[in-house]
Design a protein around this ligand. Structure first.
Ligand code: CA2
Length: 148
């Protein structure tokens, strides 16, 4: 892409509830707070960001497919689809873009069904358990990956 590299940040189901429910697991930050922090961090890193959330698997797949033409990298917290969605894995692989997987919670301290991730099979790296800061760390890593 000409100009600033564009990073698509995707959020999956129920992440729109952040800061409203289950603060013990996911903290008090809202998704809007995380988006704002990402925008600031991206601007300092010379990146442009598209930040999106959907509760629908097909919508996430559509956005990943479009990213092949419109973005230079993908940061994704696929929510519960992380553990179930071969469709999202296939779309990430087909995008041929660098992918970083993010989770707010440390999924490895939680139920066994959260220990397997389809998304990881397409990801260059995974950040889990650091809350919203994980997205900013992913942007830092992505800034290097898009230069490669
Ligand atoms: O830790 C993460 O970021 C997760 O991707 C969050 C998903 C969960 O299914 C994954 O195993 C790990 C769940 C997102 C639901 O977010 C909520 C936020 C507030 C209240 C209820 C759900």
């Amino acid at each position: 892409m000409p100009g600033q590299p564009t990073i698509l940040i995707l959020n999956g189901p129920n992440l729109n509830l952040l800061g409203v429910r289950e603060p013990a697991t996911y903290g008090r930050e809202t998704l809007a707070d995380i988006e704002e922090a990402c925008m600031e961090r991206a601007s300092a890193l010379g990146l442009a960001v598209e930040f999106r959330q959907s509760n629908h698997e097909g919508q996430l797949v559509d956005w990943i497919q479009e990213a092949r033409e419109t973005a230079d990298g993908i940061i994704i917290n696929a929510g519960a689809y992380t553990h179930t969605s071969i469709a999202i894995l296939d779309a990430l692989r087909a995008s041929e873009l660098p992918v970083i997987e993010v989770h707010l919670s440390n999924v490895y301290r939680r139920e066994a069904f959260r220990h397997h991730s389809y998304v990881s099979q397409a990801a260059r790296g995974v950040i889990a358990g650091l809350g919203g800061q994980g997205y900013e760390l992913a942007l830092e890593a992505m800034a290097r990956l898009v230069q490669e």
